[in-house]
Design a protein around this ligand. Structure first.
Ligand code: GDP
Length: 365
């Protein structure tokens, strides 16, 4: 049968020469001038006026690794510091699937309805380093909050070590507070180290748990439970209510075995359903009770001061570490010293001393 595909000249898809493009489709179109970079003063004025676009731009600078951006960011943060601090900072943690996004959406709407002010949702996601793109704090996961005029949602900074990511989130808190956000949520995945980082920047640490097969207590690290000021069991709805209540009892019993927290507050365990918006008010009653309690006994101030101290040392440590490891002479020596340690021709301590001495000598040059 005669068919074009049987012809050996047939090439399948052919692209014909097109027509010449007109010079411009829209004669009135003007290319936008590149955005001028704002000055420190303009950033600070914009932020303290509550301009969210300028706030976002400042956060982008905080997250940038470029030294010139960092220099501006640090100055902006310093100038915003006097306007910050007037907020309730809540850390929210839970394993993937625990219902963090669903819950933050309803928690957020609840607090915005309940009292005046604005809410910022930030995140610390340790996995972002590997995946180069964080999902925590993503707007699409919080459908109602993301379109609320009084909310600001920012995904986790993605570059750098956990310490670096956490520092950027802490700095973002300062900027948000200066912009009038008086409720701050910091979300993290409940898998380990990142909780410590979140704990070091919030007033209340809320742990979201699920009722499961009865062995839920085994899966959760003791250290994380000890950090929690409140444990809430999500998905207490439908057939799951009894299981959730049972899990709550188990958590309460387990908490009794821990030493009393420094704050003097006894952590509470509640059940709720984020999806059906049940028991959400009680969670916020608990958080407000806590804040009243620790403001009255002085722990609120104390914890914030301790956190400032912690971040001072963290920043020093981070910069010293970077300065050491990024030193070109050290970089060149490291592998070779490591090799000698592995071969047993140098002890770890001698190698470390050797490297540090070299580093300090380099600094003197
Ligand atoms: P995240 O990974 O911790 O952010 O969890 P998500 O908020 O994405 O929730 C994971 C899944 O659990 C989704 O399919 C939600 O619809 C569901 N979910 C969240 N909260 C509840 C709840 O209170 N009850 C029930 N039955 N399902 C829920």
């Amino acid at each position: 049968m005669e068919h074009p595909e049987n012809n050996e000249k047939y090439k399948g898809l052919t692209v014909n020469a097109g027509i010449e493009q007109p010079s411009s489709v829209n004669p009135y179109f003007k290319r936008k001038a590149r955005k001028r970079e704002l000055s420190v003063q303009e950033f600070v004025e914009g932020i303290t006026k509550g301009d969210v676009t300028i706030l976002s731009q400042a956060v982008t600078l905080v997250e940038s690794v470029r030294p010139e951006h960092q220099a501006v960011a640090q100055e902006v943060i310093e100038k915003c510091l006097p306007y910050s601090g007037n907020s309730i900072r809540v850390g929210i943690s839970g394993v993937p699937g625990a219902g963090k996004s669903t819950s933050i959406d309803v928690f957020g709407l609840h607090v915005l309805e309940r009292s005046a002010g604005k809410l910022a949702v930030l995140a610390i996601d340790p996995s972002s380093e590997r995946s180069k793109g964080s999902i925590l704090g993503d707007k699409t996961r919080m459908e109602q909050l993301s379109v609320h005029p009084d909310s600001f949602i920012r995904p986790s900074p993605s570059a750098g070590s956990l310490g670096g990511v956490a520092r950027k989130t802490r700095e973002t808190i300062i900027l948000c507070e200066a912009a009038g956000f008086n409720k701050i949520f910091v979300e993290t995945v409940g898998v380990g180290q990142s909780e410590t980082a979140v704990h070091s920047m919030v007033d209340f640490f809320l742990l979201i748990q699920l009722a499961g097969t009865g062995d839920e207590l085994q899966g959760i690290k003791r250290g994380i439970m000890e950090m929690a000021d409140g444990i809430v069991i999500n998905k207490a709805d439908g057939n799951n209510i009894d299981k959730a209540n049972l899990a709550a009892t188990q958590f309460r019993n387990a908490l009794h075995l821990f030493p009393a927290p420094e704050s003097g507050w006894t952590p509470r365990v509640l059940t709720y359903s984020g999806f059906y918006n049940k028991g959400v008010k009680e969670i916020w009653d608990m958080i407000y009770d806590y804040v009243d309690f620790v403001k009255a006994n002085g722990y609120f101030e104390y914890r914030r001061n301790e956190q400032s101290k912690y971040w001072m040392y963290e920043t020093i440590n981070e910069q010293l570490r970077d300065s050491f490891y990024q030193n070109t002479v050290i970089e060149a020596m490291l592998a070779q010293q490591e090799q000698q340690v592995l071969q047993g021709s140098l002890t770890s301590f001698v190698a470390a001393k050797h490297l540090l001495d070299t580093y300090f000598n380099e600094l003197k040059k």
